[in-house]
Design a protein around this ligand. Structure first.
Ligand SMILES: [Zn+2]
Length: 202
């Protein structure tokens, strides 16, 4: 089960996806409860406490402040470590390398290093469930991550989107983005649309 705890928050924050192992049958206890990005500027701990009593891991798509602002509060309350591409950043305790497999919920996600919006940006894709966490690489409606922040680069962003389009295929079921709504209706088409738009501007 995937639930965006920042969904009703008005403050400047990224989405923050709480992934819990499906609570049905024998699979209920088998898996890891993981938060993908923490968001910022809202009381994530209170939101989380309503849903879970523990977290196994926090996975960070990239270390922009709107994605990691709640890291310290969540680390303190849940005694949990964080994982991301750049372990030299204070918000990241453990490194995820390109190609690493990360267990989130009951699924095995492959990490794709996808710079362009941020140098330490990761996407996470599970081919079995067809779920892609895209961070700020692309968004619904054919939009894509800004490249005017430090470390951003338009052509690198295009290459990263191309890489993700090649890694996934038409069986993609859902695209969870760092801001705005997730895409359930033709998420592969949405990715290609964002790629075209990013190419046109690069
Ligand atoms: Zn960002």
């Amino acid at each position: 089960m995937i639930h965006n705890i920042a969904r009703d928050v008005d403050a400047f924050t990224s989405n923050a996806f709480l992934v819990s192992p499906a609570a049905r049958g024998d699979h209920g206890a088998d898996g890891r409860t993981v938060l993908v990005d923490t968001g910022a500027n809202f009381d994530a701990v209170s939101h989380l406490q309503g849903d879970v009593d523990h977290l196994d891991a926090v996975v960070i798509t990239h270390t922009h402040p709107d994605h990691v602002g709640n890291v310290d509060a969540i680390r303190d309350r849940f005694d949990v470590e964080t994982w991301g591409f750049d372990a030299s950043h204070p918000a990241v305790d453990n490194r995820i390398d390109d190609g690493d497999v990360v267990r989130i919920g009951t699924d095995a996600f492959r990490a794709l290093h996808t710079p362009g919006h941020a140098v330490d940006h990761l996407c996470l894709y599970d081919p079995d469930s067809g779920v892609l966490f895209a961070g700020d690489l692309v968004f619904a409606g054919g939009s894509f991550g800004r490249t005017d922040l430090p470390g951003g680069d338009g052509r690198t962003l295009v290459e990263s989107i191309e890489r993700v389009v090649e890694a996934v295929d038409e069986t993609l079921q859902v695209l969870h983005t760092g801001h705005g709504p997730s895409v359930l209706d033709d998420p592969f088409g949405a990715l290609e649309q964002s790629l075209q738009a990013a190419r046109a501007r690069a």
